[in-house]
Design a protein around this ligand. Structure first.
Ligand code: ADP
Ligand code: MG
Length: 246
C-alpha cells in the first residue's frame, strides 16, 4: 500500500567522498533508496559501511559529492544553507547515541523547549506519557538513567511532529532492557500516532543500527556494505520491541 504514495525521500546514485590523507574515502558509492510516508526503515551494516553518512545526507547535515536527493518532491541539492536549516528544524526529528539534552532543564522542560519552536506540536504531556516518563517529568537529565534520558530525546524528536525521524544508533549505549524500552517508545509512537493521520502525512522513521536483531521491528530492512545497498527486504509482520532478543 505504501508503494502507491509519493515518496518522502528519494536518493539516486548518491556519491559521498571525504578527503583522507592524500586521497579520498568514498562513504557512499552509488547508493539509491526510496522511503515512503509512514515507513519504519532500519538500516543495518557493519561499522564503516556508510550508515551515518547516509543519515547525515538525508537530514541535510551534509551534502552529496554527486547524485540526487529529493525530499517531499524537492531537489535538496539546490537549497541554500538557510533553507536546509529550516528543513531540519521543521521536518526532521533527530535522535543520536548521545542524548544531547539540556542539563539545567527538567525532562518536561527539555521537551517543552522544542515544542515551543514548532508550528504545530503535539501535547508535551501526552508525549512524555507516551514514552513512559510521566513520573520522572520534573527530574533533570542528571537524575535519570541512560534509557530514561534517551526517552526524553525521543520525546523531543516526536513532539514537533516532524515528517521524518532519523535515529543513529539510539540504543548503542544502553543495556538490553533499556534498549527494548527505548525501541518500544519509538514503536508506540510510530504505530499509534501514525494511525491517526492520513497515509500521505505519516512520519517516516529511519533507524540506523549495526544490530541485526533490531531490524526485525522494521517494515523495511536496508543492508549496507561499503557505501552501497546490498539488499532491501520488506517485512509484512514486523516484530514488536519486547520480542527482540537483545
Ligand atoms: P557507519 O556509520 O556505518 O559506521 P560512516 O558513515 O560513519 O559509517 O563512515 C563511512 C566511511 O566514511 C568510513 O570509512 C569513515 O571512516 C568515512 N568517514 C565518515 N565521515 C567522515 C569524515 N567526516 N571525514 C573522513 N572520513 C569519514
Ligand atoms: Mg555510524
Amino acid at each position: 500500500m505504501a508503494e502507491e504514495l509519493k515518496p518522502y525521500i528519494r536518493i539516486e546514485n548518491a556519491i559521498k567522498e571525504f578527503p583522507s590523507g592524500s586521497g579520498v574515502v568514498r562513504a557512499l558509492d552509488g547508493l539509491s533508496l526510496v522511503i515512503y510516508p509512514g515507513e519504519f526503515v532500519v538500516v543495518n551494516g557493519e561499522s564503516g559501511s556508510g550508515k551515518s553518512t547516509l543519515l547525515n545526507i538525508i537530514g541535510c547535515m551534509d551534502e552529496l559529492t554527486d547524485g540526487k536527493l529529493e525530499i517531499f518532491g524537492e531537489d535538496m541539492t539546490k537549497l541554500t544553507e538557510k533553507e536546509r536549516t529550516v528543513f531540519r528544524r521543521r521536518d526532521v526529528g533527530f535522535v543520536f547515541q548521545e542524548y544531547h539534552l539540556m542539563p539545567e532543564l527538567s525532562a518536561n522542560e527539555n521537551v517543552e523547549f522544542i515544542a515551543e519552536l514548532a508550528d504545530d506540536p503535539l501535547s508535551v504531556d501526552e508525549v512524555i506519557e507516551a514514552v513512559g516518563l510521566k513520573d520522572e517529568a520534573d527530574r533533570r537529565p542528571g537524575q535519570l538513567s541512560g534509557g530514561q534520558q534517551q526517552k526524553i530525546a525521543i520525546a523531543r524528536a516526536i513532539v514537533k511532529k516532524p515528517r521524518i525521524i532519523l535515529a543513529d544508533e539510539p540504543t548503542a549505549a544502553l543495556d538490553s532492557e533499556s534498549s527494548k524500552e527505548v525501541l518500544h517508545a519509538f514503536e508506540k509512537f510510530i504505530r499509534e500516532e501514525n494511525k491517526k493521520r492520513e497515509p500521505e502525512q505519516r512520519t517516516a522513521f529511519v533507524l540506523i543500527t549495526h544490530n541485526r536483531e533490531i531490524a526485525k521491528m522494521a517494515d523495511k530492512v536496508v543492508l549496507m556494505k561499503n557505501g552501497r545497498i546490498v539488499s532491501v527486504v520488506s517485512q509484512q509482520e514486523p516484530c514488536s520491541a519486547e520480542m527482540l532478543e537483545l
